[in-house]
Write a protein that binds this ligand. Sequence first.
Ligand code: PLP
Length: 358
Amino acid sequence: AFNFNAGPAALPLSVLQKAQEQFVDFNGAGMSIMEMSHRSAAYEQVNNETEALVRKLLQVPDNYKVLFMQGGASTQFAMLPMNYLTAGKQAAYVDTGAWAGKAIKEAELIGNTVIAASSASDQYMKMPALDQLSLDSNTAYLHLTSNETIGGTQFKTFPNTGNVPLIVDMSSDILSRPLQIEQYGMIYAGAQKNLGPSGVTLVIVREDLVAASNKEIPTMFRYSTHAKSNSLYNTPPSYSVYMMKLVLEWIDEMGGVDKLAAYNEHKTNLIYNVIDNSDGYYRGCADIDSRSRMNITFRMANEELEKQFVKESEQAGFVGLKGHRDVGGLRASTYNAVPTASCEALAQFMVDFQKRNN
Ligand code: PLP
């Protein structure tokens, strides 16, 4: 299938094949990795190698912890304010659309939450400028969503927030481009787009923030709990972590994040070029400077035509091109593992569809 699902999303075929080879018998152990104790040497090695690969691929400095957690990015929306939005503090959020909005809602349940910037007046189709942010001295953190999966917008750069920790939800674009980890207090991402199957959430957090995490909340919700126990405080999502390791090995073989950034740009240009050269037959939703390299959103003249597009695309072997149910339209999610051939096929399908139905 030409899989353009938004998440869970396409995985590299070679990763699935490797997992299949090892599924029943992990490295001669006579059992699957998912049947092993999470306290076994074999699993601990998987845990540690996965962490080492994250550190290598994102050049994570030694004063940051790499954690594998559960509950998806949605749990991070709540954990963040639970840990840092304590009495006398405020949390600042940049409102860029659907996912930022969900993070904001959770913070508002916990404490004083302010909107530092918003693109609501642009219908969230443009990322707001962040060069003039003014943050109060009692700001616990500034939260951003690097890539809005539903709207199809993406930050190209990140602000310097001085002493205020910058915390970023990178669920839908982690490992798609190089990052300067030192710029962030914390980044987090649910796995099911660029990292592997759902079930594990990657958190990279600076040690001073781990130390500052709230000790008056339940044990499982403190970052310090997971940092102290090497992400093995309770039973981890071991199979998802193992799959993440295989995906990270694949990224390494692909040449790392610099190579992937160029690869993703090439792949998405194939589709954006069709949109831009269609004389308005396809209309890109996002402002050109805010266009995502992970989720391409576009509309057609009317919903009837969009329905026909989806139907014919499915008949031609494409999966997942219907836009999110909240916004409608069309969306092609082109994460790391979506091959160039799928994007070429979609570009050609779009050109042919226009010719047939113009
Ligand atoms: N943040 C972003 C940007 C997302 O795209 C998603 C899910 O699609 C989430 C958060 C929520 O992630 P989860 O389903 O892992 O809770």
